[in-house]
Design a binder for this molecule. Structure first.
Ligand SMILES: [Zn+2]
Length: 309
């Protein structure tokens, strides 16, 4: 049995974003608190006792308070059910939460060597001492099974694969700390429970959907997919920024080459958008955009949503 908790569903900045007055952020601050959402991360477990995070958002502390499954075991002075963190990219909204895990509890970070090189190049992450916090490279197109703190297998098999994407935003125009080629900045994951064979896909960032990706996702019981923007030029059109979704490495939900159209008819059991930016009108429950997405079978999770596979 694979247990999942959506710790947060929002893109960078969350909903509402601290400095944003767009209609979604305004509504989330005032009459529609149900729109509030923390930055994207999910927790997974095969045994219900030991958990792994997929990405560690800057909202991690708040997310852990809100999630009883991730509280310290009763009666223990120091404890966390979190055995490891799997990183799918090096963006701030995927890695900054690691800094909230610095109080001496042992766990393992799993990431592509390119993302590990970003952690290494930023001395602030040395607060996670190597004595307690191991950093293990993820090899693309190979499976691995994260371990529990005592070294025993977790029962979770993870396959990583390259996804069209971009380097972390803050590295734009900078020399990437890794000397390797461009692959590895963004990866997708297939997460499988070894006992039951149940699995799901996780792609919080994806710039394009090609035939390879379509055939990979076909027939999956569950996918979490990049829902950053509704349309590519949404931030520019709303006067909120000067970048398109593509500039940021994110496919749009709508349009002929968007996620909804590209992933239609693939017999996917449950389709959930994740990493949804506050500029995205589909966040508004009564919007025509939301209706189109829901009619195509897509769901928008509230923070704290639990799923059992
Ligand atoms: Zn906003």
């Amino acid at each position: 049995m694979l247990r999942l908790v959506v710790l947060g569903a929002a893109a960078g900045g969350g909903v509402p974003q601290w400095n944003c007055g767009c209609r979604v952020c305004q509504a989330a601050r005032t009459e529609h608190p149900e729109l509030r959402s923390t930055q994207a991360s999910i927790a997974i477990s095969a045994d219900g006792d030991h958990w792994f995070l997929i990405n560690a958002s800057p909202d991690l502390r708040q997310q852990l308070i809100a999630t009883p499954q991730l509280h310290p075991q009763a009666g223990k002075l120091r404890h966390s059910p979190i055995s490891g963190v799997i990183l799918t990219n090096g963006e701030i909204d995927a890695i900054a939460g690691l800094l909230s895990m610095r109080e001496g509890w042992p766990f393992t970070i799993y990431a592509h060597p390119k993302v590990l090189s970003i952690l290494e190049a930023n001395g602030i992450f040395n607060v996670l001492s190597e004595k307690n916090v191991r950093r293990l490279p993820i090899e693309v197109d190979n499976t691995f099974e994260p371990n529990l703190p005592d070294g025993s297998p977790s029962g979770i098999e993870i396959l990583s694969f390259a996804v069209p994407g971009k380097s972390a935003w803050y590295l734009e125009g900078e020399v990437h700390p890794s000397s390797k080629d461009s692959a590895g900045d963004t990866i997708g994951l297939r997460v499988r429970d070894k006992a039951s064979g149940k699995y799901f896909y996780f792609l919080a960032a994806c710039a394009a959907i090609n035939d390879d990706l379509r055939s990979r996702l076909a027939g999956a019981p569950l996918i979490f997919f990049d829902g950053t923007v509704w349309r590519d030029d949404e931030l520019i059109a709303a006067g909120l920024g000067n970048k398109t979704g593509q500039d940021m490495g994110h496919i749009a939900m709508s349009g002929d080459h968007g996620a909804i159209q590209s992933l239609a008819g693939l017999d996917i059991g449950r389709k959930i958008f994740l990493h949804i930016n506050n500029s995205n009108p589909a966040l508004l429950h009564a919007s025509p955009e939301r209706e189109i997405a829901e009619r195509a079978g897509w769901q928008f999770p509230a923070d704290g949503t639990e799923i059992v596979l």
